[in-house]
Every structure is written in structure tokens, then in C-alpha cells.
Design a protein around this ligand. Structure first.
Ligand code: ASP
Length: 330
């Protein structure tokens, strides 16, 4: 039996024999969409597509057998957390689920770096959702194992943006040449921040529809302008709906409002109904990162253009691809 020595503990211990150490994604943290270029996105989508086909054919397989994921969520989650669990389990791995940090040592005052260093002693990869912007970057600074940002406050949600883009690619067959309209809370909605940045790698036109005080941050608009992407801000959807190929709707992010009255006043600002859909292209897709609250009437769900439930499923394949890639198996 080899002895455990201080040197063998935690030093590059996510590089076990047999992994593809030359893969560009091996051991990588996924913190922001800014780290990706188009070539990498094409590769991720190819792997995700293969994952989809494998799940169709065999349901689950043992690519990540013996690997462990720690799911660490300091904010609520349904889709992100469970899609990572299903992704890991479909690949034969297992999960340490910390979906409610109030039952962990966080309530005893443990710092994020210490919690991360604890979990990486047991797991091969950590998925982190946290209310503070920059928390995943901070975690990555302390961790030797890959950290995947599952939402850092109003900052970014990079893997949601990857699955959003994969949805567009799979549903419409392309991204270049499309007009994408983002509507709702573009100020606090982190999925929009990541998606707009990712889309700026393509030849697209962006429209932002929101109440004036929920505009997309100037910093993001500047980044996108610097890439030469046409973008326009509006308060009303109707003038741009007929030319829209992808309508991406988000909820008003109640948890970030300091003034509950302001949230109350804005929460029902926009609603997509079957009547709205009559003005949209036949090939348009309607997306939403979910949860929806007021923004899309349930009567719209039967419209084939309503892609938000399919979008969730694409998320599982993207997360299978990312886990396999950062663990050196794809
Ligand atoms: N589920 C997404 C997120 O975590 C969108 C939302 O909550 O509105 O950011």
C-alpha cells in the first residue's frame, strides 16, 4: 500500500493516470465566457452533441466512473444543480450535493476559500453558485481542482450562456446572421451578461428591451461595441419582434432589489402571450433561462417556437461535455 505523504496530498491530484492531460480543457476553471473563442465553442458543441447522441442510445455510460463532483450552491437552484447531478451520474460519476449551505459549516462562519479547500479534498471538480460577483474567481485562486461558475451574483453564468448558444445552434442551425432580442431584467440578469458577451463572437445583431432602470450594464455594451456588433436599446418589443430570430426573455431578479416597491412596480413589465407570438417569425425561437414568473404566459408553452423546456435539456448535454472535458475525458 503506498503511504499517504504530505507531498502526495492535494498536489495536482486531479491528474490521475490515464487522463488526457494534453486536452486544452484539462483541469480548466470555467469562470467567465470571456475565456472562450469560437473554435473552443465549436468543440464544446461537438462534444455536447455527442453526449446527446450517447444519452439517446444508451442513457448513461461510464466515462467519469470513479470521479466525484461537489455541487456547492449558496443561492437557490433547480435546473443548474440538478442538471449537473444528472450530467455527472449519466457519465458514471457521483455527486456531493451541498444545495443548502445552511446545513454546512458555512453557518459556523467558514470562509469560501476554506469550504472550497475542504471540498476539493473529496471531489475532482467543484460547481459553485454564490451571491457575490467574483466568488468563482476567488474560489479558483485557492483551488487546485477545476471550479465551474454556476452563477456569481449579478456577474456571470457562463455555462448557462454555453447552453443557450448550443440551443440556438441546434434549433436554428447557425448563430451568424441572427437577430437576437433580449428582454426583461438586463441589469441584474447574469445569464444575459454572459450570453451577450458570448454572442459578440458571432456576426449578430442585438436588441435589448427593458424598463429604463433595468438596462444592460454600460460596461457590457462597451465590450460588445468594441467587437463591432450592432446593438440597440429599446423599451418596447413590438417594433423589433418581426425581425427577431431569437427572443430571450428573463425574469425581474427580485433578490437583488433593495427596494421591494421598485420590484413590485417592475415585475410585470413585460409578458409574452399567444397574441405576442402572432407577430413573431414562424421560425423564431422563444428562450428563457427559467424560472419564469410573469414573463411568459403558460398558454405559449404549446407553441412549437417555445424552446425553453428544450433549452433545459440541452443544458444537460453541455454540462456532460464540460465535466468530461475539464476532467480530461473528452
Ligand atoms: N436560473 C438563472 C440564474 O440562476 C436565471 C434566473 O434565476 O432568473 O441566473
Amino acid at each position: 500500500m503506498p503511504k499517504i505523504t504530505p507531498r502526495s496530498l492535494s498536489t495536482n491530484s486531479h491528474l490521475p493516470f490515464g487522463d488526457m492531460q494534453n486536452s486544452p480543457f484539462y483541469g480548466l476553471d470555467i469562470i467567465t465566457v470571456k475565456q472562450f473563442d469560437r473554435e473552443q465553442l465549436t468543440y464544446i458543441f461537438e462534444v455536447a452533441h455527442e453526449m446527446y447522441e450517447m444519452v439517446l442510445r444508451v442513457g448513461s455510460f461510464d466515462l467519469l466512473k470513479g470521479k466525484i463532483l461537489a455541487n456547492l450552491f449558496y443561492q437557490p437552484s433547480t435546473r443548474t444543480s440538478s442538471s449537473y447531478t444528472s450530467a455527472m451520474e449519466r457519465l458514471g460519476g457521483s455527486v456531493i450535493p451541498i444545495n443548502n449551505v445552511s446545513y454546512s459549516s458555512v453557518t459556523k462562519g467558514e470562509s469560501l476559500p476554506d469550504t472550497i479547500r475542504t471540498l476539493e479534498a473529496y471531489a475532482d471538480v467543484i460547481v459553485l453558485r454564490h451571491p457575490e460577483v467574483g466568488s468563482s474567481a476567488l474560489a479558483a485562486k485557492y483551488a487546485k481542482k477545476p471550479i465551474i461558475n454556476a452563477g456569481d451574483g449579478i456577474g456571470e453564468h457562463p455555462t448557462q450562456a454555453l447552453l443557450d448558444l448550443f440551443t440556438i445552434q441546434e434549433e436554428l442551425g447557425r448563430v451568424d446572421g441572427l437577430t437576437i432580442t433580449m428582454m426583461g431584467d438586463l441589469k441584474y440578469g447574469r445569464t444575459v451578461h454572459s450570453l451577450a458577451r458570448l454572442l459578440s463572437l458571432y456576426n449578430v445583431r442585438l436588441y435589448y428591451v427593458s424598463p429604463e432602470n433595468l438596462c444592460i450594464p454600460a460596461e457590457i455594451q462597451d465590450e460588445i461595441a468594441a467587437k463591432g456588433i450592432p446593438q440597440e436599446y429599446l423599451t418596447d418589443l413590438m417594433s423589433v419582434l418581426p425581425e427577431t430570430d431569437v427572443l430571450y426573455v428573463t425574469r425581474v431578479q427580485q433578490e437583488y432589489f433593495e427596494d421591494p416597491d421598485q420590484h413590485e412596480a417592475l415585475k410585470g413589465s413585460y409578458m409574452i402571450t399567444t397574441e405576442t407570438m402572432t407577430r413573431a417569425k414562424n421560425e423564431m425561437i422563444l428562450m428563457h433561462p427559467m424560472p419564469r414568473v410573469w414573463e411568459i404566459d403558460m398558454a405559449v408553452d404549446d407553441d412549437p417556437r417555445a424552446a425553453y423546456f428544450r433549452q433545459m435539456e440541452y443544458g444537460q448535454y453541455i454540462r456532460m461535455a464540460l465535466l468530461a472535458m475539464v476532467l480530461g475525458k473528452a
